[in-house]
Design a protein around this ligand. Structure first.
Ligand code: ATP
Ligand code: MG
Length: 416
């Protein structure tokens, strides 16, 4: 008798693998939490209609990747293939439009797609995702992009590239498709037979073709970015301005598309060249049409999802865990412990995580300990009112008055 194994395309997360996942979760919590995103978890399965909504659903996911089953009572259910539609359903179901907008949510959950398994592509996998519902502004899009960039940076994902584009409105897109198909038909001689065969099915595919002749021909093809309506072009220019201001590098890619037709305006994808064939780490964009498609009032929204396994595969071996302790209070003199005790208490009262020396270590031993527990700052209390404040990141150390320790740390200043 053969031994039962985990189903094809699934894997066990063993205790040894858990540590890196916990680091990712902690970074997501910290980075998204600091920007006002609250965590949400939705059911593992949903009514099938949530993902397959009538017309315009010619996506890979809907056509062939969903795990759909009958629940025995004649209802069709589907294991969630993605997180955006469930989050929007929850937003409507719980009347979150009555809250201050935008409602910012994030998740870290498992998803299910019936695909051919390979490195970085599984049938059960995890995504970390963020959605901001109820805001149409380009600043929301830029914020979301910056947050994903921060997360990938914190996880030490290697060789990251960001591609960015705007899809305009569904109307602009439909018109552009017609124009592109016309261009392709007029240039069939310069296209590969496979591309010609797909012109009316999906003209955008022609941009992905690998052969030289087709690529040459596509250089003269019209691009969607050049066809945007004024308002959409302005929105996109603002997103770019904000990203430039935040120092986020990107490549404009007018061929970037999202499968689903509820997308509008901003789209983006982060890839890692360290991944090989499955290079997509995470992507997203603005989906102003979705909530209305789900039966709600027209509600602008924007978001992204990133693959946990792909982040871990493309990250350097040891991602750096976030600081767990804001302040460690060290004592340089035996009778400094009363002041140290008071400072640690005061720091906790100000909302920081703070610990003080409790084991009677030498000063050198205390600094080693502070490093081990990943303290961001160490305050060394001596016998004067001045405290030596050490920035454990930069290594810099300055003397500050004891009353200035907490304000200095709260300002988050990197001591130089
Ligand atoms: P791909 O082009 O790789 O099929 P996708 O466009 O289907 O990706 P999205 O639906 O945008 O991907 O999902 C966001 C992220 O989730 C992807 O960038 C990827 O990191 C991850 N992802 C998607 N499908 C899988 C899968 N089957 N296994 C593992 N990770 C996945
Ligand atoms: Mg896919």
């Amino acid at each position: 008798m053969s031994v039962i194994q985990a189903p094809r395309g699934t894997f066990d997360v063993l205790p040894a693998d858990m540590a890196r996942r916990a680091v990712l979760e902690a970074h997501a919590e910290r980075i998204l939490g600091a920007a006002g995103y609250a965590r949400i978890e939705t059911p593992t399965f949903e009514a099938t209609e949530l993902f397959a909504r009538g017309v315009g659903q010619a996506t890979d996911i809907v056509q062939k990747e969903m795990y759909t089953f009958d629940d025995g009572g004649g209802r069709s259910l589907t294991l969630r293939p993605e997180g955006t539609a469930p989050v929007c359903r929850a937003y409507m179901e719980h009347g979150m439009h009555k809250l201050g907008q935008p409602v910012k949510l994030w998740y870290l959950s498992s998803f299910y797609r019936a695909e051919a398994p390979q490195r970085g592509r599984y049938r059960q996998f995890w995504q970390v995702g963020a959605e901001a519902i109820g805001s149409a502004g380009p600043d929301t899009d830029a914020e979301l992009i910056v947050l994903l960039a921060d997360l990938l940076l914190a996880m030490a994902v290697r060789e990251v590239r960001l591609r960015l584009s705007s899809l305009g409105t569904p109307e602009t897109r439909a018109e552009y498709r017609r124009e592109l198909a016309e261009y392709l038909h007029a240039h069939e001689d310069g296209l590969s037979p496979e591309v010609v065969a797909r012109i009316d099915l999906n003209p955008m595919r022609a941009f992905d073709a690998g052969d030289r002749t087709t690529r040459e021909t596509m250089r003269g093809a019209p691009t969607l970015l050049d066809r945007l309506a004024d308002e959409d072009a302005e929105h996109f220019a603002r997103v770019r301005e904000l990203l430039d201001g935040a120092g986020i590098g990107y490549e404009l890619d007018p061929t970037l598309v999202r499968g689903l037709d509820y997308y509008a305006r901003t789209v983006f994808e982060f890839t890692s060249d360290a991944l090989g064939a499955q290079s997509g780490v995470g992507g997203g964009g603005r989906y102003d049409g979705l909530i209305e498609q789900l039966g709600g009032k027209p509600t602008p929204a924007s978001g992204w999802a990133a693959g946990v396994e792909r982040i871990l595969l493309s990250a350097s071996e040891q991602p750096i865990a976030p600081d767990v302790v804001d302040l460690f209070v060290a004592v340089a003199k035996p009778d400094a412990d009363v002041a140290a005790f008071a400072l640690a208490n005061e720091a906790r009262g100000a909302g920081m995580s703070a610990q003080m020396e409790l084991a009677g270590r030498s000063l050198k031993g205390q600094l080693k300990h502070a490093d081990r527990i990943r303290a961001r700052y160490v305050a060394i209390i001596g016998d004067t009112m001045d405290v030596s404040l050490k920035d454990m990141e930069s290594g810099a150390q300055t003397e500050v008055h004891s009353t200035a320790v907490i304000p200095t740390i709260l300002r988050g200043s990197r001591l130089a």
